[in-house]
Design a protein. Structure first.
Length: 382
């Protein structure tokens, strides 16, 4: 079997999620938006699919010339080849693009063999506990604008079945943010609302000073929080080594630092965090994520997975170390996470009343794609 084509379908939909000036998502007015479906096609007619931020240009200029003619089961070889070509791509073949293509290769293999991806990887579990991950704070009445708002929403999340909650608190461009004291107040209000048995975590402003991060960490220890995530710029590994040495609460990271498995290895060696992190879109796919999982396992530390989605669910289904949570979100009082986007017939990550999400059992990544919607809403190439 050989790859004969890679193509992208760009399609329109109506969105109620907006991005602020710093890239954080919030509920907003209805507006036109675009999404993309990448397809890998083989000479026997097999196809694999993946959604992600990929345009026609990078597919035609970089991906297709490098992969057409390859055996799609040679995932490691193809992935390494693409990685070596990232440097010369002027930033276009970034890790998110790489991940989108790589996920389609897994989907293709799973569809062809009639197996879900986590069974191709070597399955460990059929379901994973989810934490409810909030959007960043806002200034919307009844949204997430006060510590009391977070507390009320946290109570609702616990009723919905979540056994763990992660707060993303207030960040710029909100004028008064960031504010370490407000972050701690929100965390305290949530702990008070949900009681001692819910695992609470904080992902706050990502560029606090060492002093502010230390203050927040010490306060979270008093509130029995489970981890502190990305409170400083992750490019300063020595700041994280300093923080992890000072605090008792586990530090989780890196999430946004570039460099795939090598960066995680450096953080482990430099004791920059207590728990490591990967997410398929952050590091270039499932292949590097499993390398990071095994790296963590070999060092006896946890690996927590960033972001929702099918690729991450399959990584979680195939990992044995106590990196246990699925990040379900981002959640907000004004949005309904249970409603599928128009390009899917059902969401990939339904959650039961006990807070567990099944690892998708269908072949490949397990997305139930609404091709009629996508084909009926294509953006025409100019
Ligand atoms: O800054 C944000 O909007 C969030 O932190 C977001 O990036 C989220 O994906 C995250 O960090 N989750 O862990
Ligand atoms: Mg995060």
């Amino acid at each position: 079997m050989r790859i004969v084509d890679v193509n992208v379908r760009v399609f329109n939909y109506t969105s109620t999620i907006i991005r602020d000036d710093e890239g954080h998502t919030h509920p907003g007015e209805e507006h036109d938006a675009r999404s993309q479906l990448l397809t890998v096609v083989c000479d026997d007619g097999s196809e694999g699919y993946s959604f992600g931020p990929v345009g026609h240009a990078v597919v035609n200029s970089f991906i297709k010339p490098l992969v057409v003619g390859e055996d799609p089961y040679f995932r490691e070889k193809i992935w390494q080849h693409l990685v070596h070509n990232q440097r010369g791509s002027g930033g276009t073949l970034n890790d998110r693009v790489l991940a989108t293509f790589e996920l389609a290769l897994w989907d293709l293999a799973g569809r062809k063999l009639g197996l879900p991806v986590f069974k191709l990887l070597g399955a460990f579990r059929d379901k994973v506990p989810a934490y409810g991950s909030t959007t960043c704070g806002d200034e919307m009445k009844g949204g997430l604008s006060t510590p009391e708002d977070y507390a009320r929403f946290a109570e609702w999340l616990v009723k919905r079945g979540y056994k763990s909650i992660k707060l993303h608190t207030w960040m710029p461009p909100i004028k008064w943010a960031p504010d370490p004291k407000m972050d701690v107040k929100a965390c305290a209000a949530v702990r008070e609302a949900v009681g001692p048995d819910i695992a609470c975590t904080l992902d706050c402003y990502h560029a606090y000073s060492r002093e502010d991060a230390y203050y927040i960490g010490r306060e979270l220890e008093k509130l029995n929080y489970y981890w502190l995530e990305e409170p400083m710029d992750e490019h300063s590994t020595s700041s994280y080594t300093w923080l992890a040495e000072q605090l008792d609460i586990p530090i989780l990271g890196p999430e946004s630092a570039e460099g795939k498995a090598q960066t995680r290895a450096e953080w482990i060696v430099q004791k920059a965090s207590d728990m490591t992190r990967t997410g398929v879109m952050d590091v270039g796919g499932i292949i590097p994520s499993m390398k990071i999982v095994h790296l963590a396992e070999s060092h006896g530390i946890s690996c927590e997975i960033h972001s929702p989605g099918g690729g991450n669910l399959h990584v979680l289904g195939a990992m044995a170390i106590p990196g246990k949570w699925y990040e379900r979100g981002l959640l907000h009082p004004f949005t309904d996470y249970e409603v599928p986007p128009p390009w899917l017939n059902r969401i990939i990550d339904p959650m039961d009343k006990d807070g567990f999400v099944p690892v998708p059992q269908g072949p490949g990544l397990g997305y139930d794609i609404n091709f009629a919607y996508i084909n009926g809403n294509l953006v025409k190439e100019k």
